[in-house]
Write a protein that binds this ligand. Structure first.
Ligand code: ADP
Ligand code: MG
Length: 319
């Protein structure tokens, strides 16, 4: 199979939302009046972001999901994507499943694949996602103000626990294994939440490298500090379980584990009712985990008020 047959067979679909999609030297897009273009790129490298034997359907899905999560964190409507692939060989079965996973999620969110690049090399998947937001309404990291509530969506730590299981660091019981591996391999990008938080959230980020690391980006961009309550963090019942070793691992997963793909945002306390209503409309837990204060840094307190001493921060590729 040639490179062009591969592109045609696995990655060419109708793109009614683009003036020109796959097949020319570049794609052509039209942005509606009054909208701004929002662009983000995320790369997944075999061995770094996923294990080489990961199910290709789920991998295709996740390759797009992590990018959708970035647009969600801006409050943007995703529209188009490009996909750059580096493949060690042409494995038709793998490509079939990978592209099915990719397009399954693309269809769910109305995203069109409008181009990309395909080369031979170590397995490497890179998506650039493009979306739209009405002018001046994108939610940035820099908008947090002292007094804001800090919120997170969904649950934290399950994906990191799933990874610890796959790496053989822990042995999860059957029911927990299923839910933690689903969190790791099938993250649900919070696009609807991101859109609904325009005009409500003052700052927002998606949690890909762990709560503390990602919240600290908000704090630095906004020049503020945070007080977070560990006992308020939304976690699955697993984390309540026993054993000191498990407790320490759980703490690392919740605060510093990666791959949650939940949204962390800040909003004035006058928005609490609005946010609660949003939570029930979207059937998505939204939890108030702390407050923005003036100063620098992030303090995490236990229920008894004591400040926790933390070893790990978040995932950093070069640290
Ligand atoms: P060029 O040589 O001009 O860079 P390519 O041969 O790389 O063009 O790509 C031909 C067309 O196929 C282009 O429209 C490109 O955007 C598209 N394309 C290449 N790889 C992919 C892919 N993995 N997914 C979607 N579109 C792709
Ligand atoms: Mg090319």
């Amino acid at each position: 199979m040639t490179e062009f047959e591969l592109i045609k067979r696995f990655f060419t679909r109708p793109t009614p939302g683009a003036k020109l999609g796959v097949g020319d030297d570049a794609a052509l897009l039209r942005i509606a009046e009054g909208m701004e273009l929002v662009v983000s790129t995320d790369m997944l490298v075999s061995g770094t972001h996923f294990l080489p034997d990961t199910d290709p359907f789920l991998l295709g899905r996740k390759t797009l999901a992590v990018n959708l999560s970035d647009l969600a964190a801006m409050g943007a409507q995703p529209r188009w994507a490009t996909l750059a692939l580096s493949l060690p060989q042409v494995d038709e079965n793998w490509l079939q499943q990978f592209s099915e996973g990719f397009f399954a999620l693309a269809d769910e969110y109305g995203v069109e694949l409008i181009g990309g690049d395909t080369t031979r090399g170590p397995l490497n998947l890179c998506v650039t996602i493009l979306g739209e937001v009405p002018k001046r309404t994108a939610v940035r990291r820099s908008g947090a103000l002292a007094g804001d509530d800090i919120w997170v969506s969904g649950k934290l730590g399950d994906a990191a626990l799933g990874l610890a299981h796959l790496r053989g660091r822990i042995q999860l019981p059957e029911h927990a294994r299923v839910s933690c591996l689903a969190a790791l391999q099938q993250p649900q990008p919070r696009v609807a939440l991101g859109l609904a938080l325009r005009g409500i959230a003052r700052s927002m980020i998606d949690i890909s490298d762990g709560l503390l690391a990602d919240l600290s980006h908000i704090l630095e961009s906004s020049n503020v500090a945070a007080e977070v309550r560990y006992d308020k963090l939304p976690v699955s019942s697993l984390f309540a379980s026993n054993g000191d070793e498990m407790l320490e691992l759980a703490q690392n997963c919740v605060l510093s584990g990666g791959d949650d793909y939940e949204l962390c945002f800040t909003a004035p306390d006058t928005q609490r009712d609005e946010i609660a209503a949003l939570s029930s409309r979207l059937h998505l837990p939204l939890t108030r985990i702390g407050k923005i204060v003036s100063g620098r840094g992030c303090k995490v307190r236990k229920a008894d008020g004591n400040v926790m001493v933390l070893k790990e921060s978040g995932y950093d590729h070069f640290a």
